[in-house]
Ligand binder design. Structure first.
Ligand code: XUL
Length: 514
């Protein structure tokens, strides 16, 4: 049985086909927007040099990429054999459509490109995406209208955030009320692509929907107060909300005729890239958590209950496998590690060797490694805080500084994610720095949990293909995880330091931040 997962991400649109019985990936394809669609002048997937923090992309580019992607995939795989489809999109991005959308999406002709047929449905020619930070004023207005950010957070799982869709919609309404009035439907990237594949207006799932500051995380339905605080008549412009295990349609005739899909192939609701990755990493049940070590470090996990971060730094989304999940971003990730390494002229080998020369908890030397303002917690520090010996505080102890940077990062992640009430049995590491054993060992020691690296690459698309198999073909997620989400051989690390090793350092770290 083959299933298809689509990943509509920031820089590319990718597809992965898995064989659920053989436990193998059988085909993959990817269209990089900048390389393959240079006419959109978006080398990294967004229109550069937006004013006032605006970051937009052209939704026609996403449609052209979908056409190109399926044409490329068809060369590797007989698409008539695909038994179920799902997908994921970059979170928070929004597409604005007029009332011709409902009919047009249901009558696509295979003789014309998707973008040509759907461009007249756009009531806004470009889509703000998650990198957009232009909505500071709108965030304040929304929070003030409902009684403060504590209320926004308790209701929606996050304080009002610039990149989230509600503040983006409010800005559009305020700047261009006529175009807002002409908008009959607002989709997320995920529900837009899902609609096109179904040939019908599709709902938004609780995973991606929670990234809008509009969805109530207790009822998992649109929150009337947040809707009213955002823009007039918004409730009528949004599609319905459904959980991740919902079948929302069948592949549209356009794709059957053009690419040879089997008529009737079921489509499972799309979700956001992070919720999809939770599934693709094999972490959709509480007890496993994922730390992605990238430019920013990102932490996410299935949550046993639905609680919002009382400090307003983290986010709660629906878990596409049921229940809820948390996500928290830490701005000072790999760039902070690099700054410390470069400061002493170390390469990555010397960086790693420093950990063998220094003990866990670093003889009490600690660093709050924020080189730029941090969002978890919200601290406007422009340079790190160092505490320890005089030599250490004056940046004269290179090896101790390497360890202090990573220990500071991991301690910060641990203390900032305590609100999630997780009991980690295993931590899955992903992202560039995850291969570094010294960093992985610090994570095992501070969290006192087993750490594993997974062989999974492209966990977003894989998660989508697994969700399609689970929802439409009754494959158990546990079986799919056993087949597709295995640790790399020899990659498992267990804590070496005693359980109380970091107690003092954690206390001192918290004291530094006041
Ligand atoms: C999550 C976020 C990004 C996007 C793009 O809140 O903004 O991770 O989903 O990947």
């Amino acid at each position: 049985m083959l299933t298809l997962g689509i990943d509509a991400s920031t820089q590319s649109c990718s597809a992965i086909v898995i064989d659920t019985e053989a436990g193998k990936v059988v085909a993959e394809a990817s269209i990089n927007f900048g390389e393959r669609l240079p006419e959109y002048k978006a080398p990294q997937g967004f229109i550069p040099n937006g004013a006032d923090g605006e970051v937009h992309a052209d939704p026609r580019m996403w449609l052209d990429a979908l056409d190109l992607l399926l044409a490329a995939l068809k060369d590797h795989c007989d698409l008539s054999k695909i038994a179920a489809i799902s997908g994921a999109g970059q979170q928070h991005g929004s597409v604005y459509l007029n009332d011709s959308w409902f009919e047009t999406v249901g009558s696509l002709s295979p003789s014309l490109p998707l973008s040509t047929q759907l461009e007249s449905c756009l009531s806004r020619s470009s889509s703000p995406i998650w990198m957009d930070s232009s909505t500071g004023a709108e965030c304040q207005e929304i929070a003030a209208a409902v009684g403060g950010n504590e209320v926004v957070c308790a209701k929606s799982g996050s304080v009002a955030i610039e990149r989230f869709t509600g503040p983006q919609i409010r800005r559009f309404y305020q700047q261009n009320p006529d175009a807002y009035a002409a908008t009959a439907r607002i989709h997320l990237v995920s529900s837009f692509i899902c609609s096109v594949l179904c040939g019908a207006d599709a709902p938004i799932d609780t995973g991606d929907g929670a990234g809008m500051n509009l969805l109530n995380i207790q009822s998992w339905s649109w929150d009337d107060e947040l809707l009213a605080a955002t823009a007039p008549g918004l409730g009528d412009k949004l599609p319905g909300v459904q959980p991740g295990q919902s079948t929302v349609g069948q592949i549209a005739p356009f794709f059957v005729e053009k690419f040879g899909f089997a008529a009737g192939t079921p489509i499972t609701i799309f979700t956001g890239d992070n919720p999809s990755s939770l599934v693709g990493m094999g972490a959709s049940k509480p007890g496993k958590l994922v730390i992605s070590l990238g430019t920013s470090d990102t932490f996410f996990a299935a949550m046993p209950g639905v609680v919002a971060d009382p400090n307003g730094c983290g986010h709660v989304f629906g878990n596409p496998a049921g229940g809820s999940m948390s996500l928290q971003c830490f701005v000072n990730g790999s760039l902070a590690r690099e700054e410390v390494k470069d400061r002493f002229g170390y390469d990555w080998d010397r960086f790693t060797a420093a950990f063998a020369k220094t003990p866990p908890a670093n003889d009490g030397k600690l660093m709050v490694p924020f080189f730029r303002p941090e969002i978890s917690p919200r601290v406007d520090l422009k340079a790190p805080i160092l505490q320890g010996t005089e030599a250490f505080e004056n940046w004269h102890e290179a090896d101790a500084a390497m360890r202090a940077c990573v220990e500071g990062q991991v301690i910060n992640i641990k203390r900032c994610t305590e609100w999630m009430q997780l009991k980690p049995e295993v931590i899955y590491l992903t992202g560039g720095a995850s291969q570094n054993d010294a960093i992985a060992q610090v994570i095992a020691d501070v969290f006192q949990a087993k750490v594993q690296r997974l062989t999974v690459s492209g966990s977003v698309g894989l998660g989508a293909a697994m969700r399609a198999a689970n929802n439409s073909l009754d494959c158990a997620l546990s079986d799919l995880e056993a087949a597709f989400c295995q640790p790399e051989p020899g990659s498992t690390l267990t804590p070496c330091a005693a359980a109380n090793t970091y107690d003092e350092l954690i206390k001192n770290f918290s004291a530094c931040l006041g």
